[in-house]
Design a protein around this ligand. Structure first.
Ligand code: SAM
Ligand code: MD0
Ligand code: SF4
Length: 370
């Protein structure tokens, strides 16, 4: 007969009952290796997801509108020094067409992502003004909430975007270990990236934090990142497995299978029970979706419309032109897991409740300081 060790049962019960986790418990769960133990971890994560979200899953459309970048992240194919890559910069009309198509297909949010495109970042005010105009146009065209993932924007532009009602700011640290960060986000300041998230949060935007696995991080690093996410009170917590890219300094790193990512998703679900946790189609494509849902994810991200010449982040083209990153292909997989897409109003109710809770806790903090 299969039995779990008593320690595992005790930890899973404690976390499911809402007790705060110790770092040693997080590391213990991340380090599980026996298939039966891991299945208990996933079951606990599914129970918790069910308690907070029922069987409802959110769907995010992804538009990588410029693949030009001034930075040199060592893990990323879009790094400045990669000369092997054909890059693009889509026009506003092309973006609006793709956004409309995804809205019609039933996504709940549009994620507008770019490299730190020198055309914006080196053109003074005018480049960013065009970006703000495009974001507003997408909001108007689709009537959907928007996430922006544009890198470390100047503070005044973040203010403008918050004023324009942008719901989410995504800016991933990748790791909270400063020396690993320095190696991954080569040439970029750790504190500056953190400060942008803090600023956006203070402006009332919801924050997505993201980390990578398979980049030489330890269980200790992963536990620190999860605790950081809890302490910062992130609204969406992402884990992605590193996909080695030709033309980059990390091209020869051995790719990691998806079990570690699944375990991290499940642990994040237990530590951040009421938060959004993505299952990205960008790492393993449609074939990797079920495993991530089984681990407790509740958002499908990187839905990309075909025949538009749009790229992914971790995988440039996986499943995109085959139309496999579309709601039509995703819905049957949700069904086999006993899940279904949320109604648009349910997604918007979640973000609105979260933003209201954020602003009232901000007001409380301000009062305490006065
Ligand atoms: N340029 C902006 C930035 O870096 O913040 C926006 C792009 S950001 C959404 C791209 C994210 O995709 C990275 O932060 C990283 O987490 C992930 N990513 C990039 N290259 C990857 C790779 N080779 N494997 C897995 N994830 C990757
Ligand atoms: C994804 N490629 O969802 C996207 C990306 C940016 N906010 C998200 C990492 O997988
Ligand atoms: Fe540029 Fe973002 Fe890629 Fe880094 S992760 S090279 S900032 S696109």
């Amino acid at each position: 007969m299969l039995t779990a060790d008593l320690n595992l049962t005790r930890i899973l019960n404690r976390l499911q009952d809402g007790h705060p986790a110790e770092k040693s418990e997080i590391k213990y769960l991340l380090g599980l290796s026996k298939p039966y133990d891991i299945s208990l971890l996933f079951e606990a994560a599914q129970n918790v997801r069910d308690r907070y979200f029922g069987n409802k899953i959110f769907l995010y459309g992804f538009l990588y509108f410029s693949t030009h970048c001034r930075n040199n992240c060592r893990f990323c194919q879009y790094r400045r020094s990669n000369k092997m890559l054909a890059r693009y910069r889509k026009t506003q009309t092309q973006i609006l067409t793709a956004a409309r198509e995804m809205a019609d297909a039933g996504v709940h949010l549009i994620d507008l992502t770019m490299g730190e495109d020198p055309e914006l970042y080196s053109s003074g005010e005018s480049g960013f003004k065009r970006f703000v105009g495009m974001v507003k146009a997408v909001q108007k065209e689709t009537n959907l909430p928007v996430m922006i993932s544009p890198g470390t924007l100047p503070d005044r532009i973040l203010v403008e975007l918050a004023d324009a009602g942008v719901t989410w700011y995504a800016c991933y640290q990748e790791t909270h270990n400063k020396s690993l960060y320095k190696n991954l986000r080569y040439g970029q300041d750790f504190k500056t990236r953190l400060a942008k998230k803090k600023m956006a949060k203070g402006l009332g935007m919801l924050i997505e934090e993201g980390i990578l696995t398979g980049v030489g991080e330890t269980l200790d690093d992963l536990a620190d990142s999860i605790i950081w996410m809890r302490d910062f009170s992130v609204d969406q917590a992402r884990i992605m497995t590193f996909v080695p890219q030709t033309g980059t300094p990390m091209a020869k790193i051995m790719p990691q299978d998806n079990l570690k990512e699944q375990k991290i998703i499940a642990v994040m679900r237990l530590i951040l029970p009421d938060r959004l946790i993505p299952a990205s189609l960008d790492v393993d494509g449609l074939d990797g979706l079920k495993a991530r849902l089984i681990a407790g994810a509740n958002v499908v991200t990187s839905i990309v419309p075909p025949q538009k010449g749009l790229a992914g982040v971790a995988n440039h083209s996986l499943d995109i032109e085959e139309s496999r990153r579309t709601p039509n292909h995703i819905l049957p997989i949700l069904k086999t897991c006993g899940l279904e897409p949320a109604l648009p109003g349910e997604y918007q109710a979640w973000t609105a409740a979260r933003q209201t809770a954020l602003s009232s806790s901000f007001v409380k903090k301000e009062k305490m300081i006065c």
